[in-house]
Design a binder for this molecule. Structure first.
Ligand code: PHE
Length: 441
């Protein structure tokens, strides 16, 4: 676990990202004319104030504004519109549409549940004053190039005091520098690439990072599956996929295994036959595919067609009900590492699953659980913060210790990351079931 920051795809890589987004952020501020000097929450008078009627703000077509209690059939006492000036806006940027749409939607649902609950409890108390939380969610379509604009809008127009998102590391890597530039804390629920929180002191996460996830996957492959020859098929366009591939490779090799082939694809490709045929020549006992669910479904189907019946292994990017829906029997007997499994019998998990089902109808995936956890950690921090200023919120989030979350007990470390166990789930008898837990060394 020592080399967490050793391999950050070239330090210059994210430095350039920061510089570019910084310029964009400054341009954005100029356009909006918003020199925010930390007005008292909700009193800013711009987009943030006066919108407590539940009516959408002046947003474009793809904006989703969720007033307190949205998605609930009957408004609950205490969740009604508070008087203007008693509201803190938080922003969520996520893939509400696009090829990873379940990532953004599940996360948004988890956040909405947390917002509803905190408002029902009377809101958050910051420095002795009570505020209701208002969530503004905006769509990135899962595209890194959209993140800067979306986050800038959330901060300058909607006056978000804190930002939640994104899921995909490549998208978070573009949104984080904007938050850092404006001094607005960001908590990514689920981006696992180490570079994301390395952007700066405003950037946090409530999930583990890929050096650990790579270790967990490799350990499972060696010690549980007992395989020694593995091939890798990864998405070269994704920071997450490239990073997790490297971590799995180095850990698996250290554990005495051998990576017999490394093949690349680009997100959205439809034909994986060339890569799979090369892999087949090496006769691996398993294939590690650190990609997102939409591509993985195609890969699973095409590998089986080529007569390759070995187990496929993956990381958290597999977490979507769409995977099994699209891959069907091709995904049976396959495994991936994740942040939680809804069939784990702990009280935190079962209570969350029941509440989520009541509001949204389905079983919450890991994204929903992490969205819920990220929002609750933010609210907890607000309650301890000296004020709702970016710097005070940052200090309070950084001080998070032993927070009992759905996905585990969360303490934010020096790198602003969470250190937590991973779970391995298995597709068995047509559904994903908990197989084992892997604890950090
Ligand atoms: N960890 C992935 C990334 O960093 C995102 C992800 C998290 C996807 C959890 C699914 C579930 O890109």
């Amino acid at each position: 676990m020592a080399q967490v920051h050793a391999r950050r795809l070239g330090v210059g890589g994210w430095m350039r990202v920061v510089a570019a987004a910084g310029m964009m952020a400054v341009a954005g501020a100029g356009l909006g004319g918003c020199e925010e000097k930390e007005p008292a929450p909700g009193t800013g008078g711009a987009a943030g104030g006066g919108t407590n009627t539940g009516a959408p703000t002046e947003g474009g077509a793809n904006r989703a504004v969720a007033p307190a209690g949205e998605g609930v059939a009957t408004p609950t006492p205490g969740a009604g519109a508070p008087p203007s000036g008693d509201t803190i806006v938080i922003g969520h940027y996520g893939s509400l549409t696009g090829s990873e749409a379940t990532f953004g939607k599940s996360t948004d649902n988890g956040i909405k549940l947390a917002v509803k609950e905190v408002n029902e409890r009377g809101g958050v108390t910051v420095a002795g004053k009570k505020y209701q939380i208002r969530l503004v969610s905006d769509d990135t379509e899962g595209k890194p190039e959209k993140a800067g604009t979306v986050v800038t809008k959330l901060i300058t127009r909607d006056k978000a005091k804190a930002i939640l998102g994104e899921v995909a590391s490549s998208v978070s890597l573009q949104g984080a520098p904007v938050c850092q530039e404006y001094g607005v804390p960001m908590i990514t629920p689920s981006s696992t690439n180490p570079d994301v929180t390395a952007v700066g002191d405003m950037i946090f996460r409530v999930c583990f990072i890929d050096p650990f996830q790579g270790y967990a996957g490799a350990k499972f492959a060696r010690e549980d599956l007992k395989v020694s020859k593995v091939a890798i098929l990864f998405d070269q366009s994704s920071a997450y996929s490239v990073g997790l591939k490297d971590e799995f490779n180095s850990n698996f090799s250290k554990m005495g295994g051998r990576i017999v082939s490394e093949q690349a694809y680009t997100k959205g490709a439809s034909d994986f036959n060339a890569q799979l045929t090369r892999i087949r020549e090496e006769a691996p006992e398993a294939i590690f595919i650190p990609g997102y669910y939409s591509d993985v479904a195609n890969i699973a189907l095409q590998s089986r067609k080529l007569g390759m019946m070995m187990p496929l292994l993956g990381g958290d990017g597999w977490d979507s009900e769409e995977l099994a829906k699209n891959a069907g029997a091709a995904i049976e007997g396959c495994f991936y590492s994740n942040h939680y499994a809804p069939d784990q019998p702990t009280e935190e998990i079962q209570t969350f699953v029941a509440k989520y089902k009541a509001d949204f109808g389905g079983v919450p995936d890991g994204l929903a659980a992490l969205g819920y956890d990220a929002a609750n950690i933010l609210f907890d921090a607000m309650g301890r913060a000296k004020s709702a200023s970016g710097a005070d919120l940052r200090d309070a989030i950084a001080a998070t210790k032993d927070f009992k979350a759905v996905t585990g007990t969360i303490t934010i470390n020096e790198q602003r990351d969470a250190v937590k166990p991973a779970v391995i789930v298995e597709h068995k008898g047509g559904k994903w079931v908990f197989r084992s837990a892997v604890t950090p060394e």
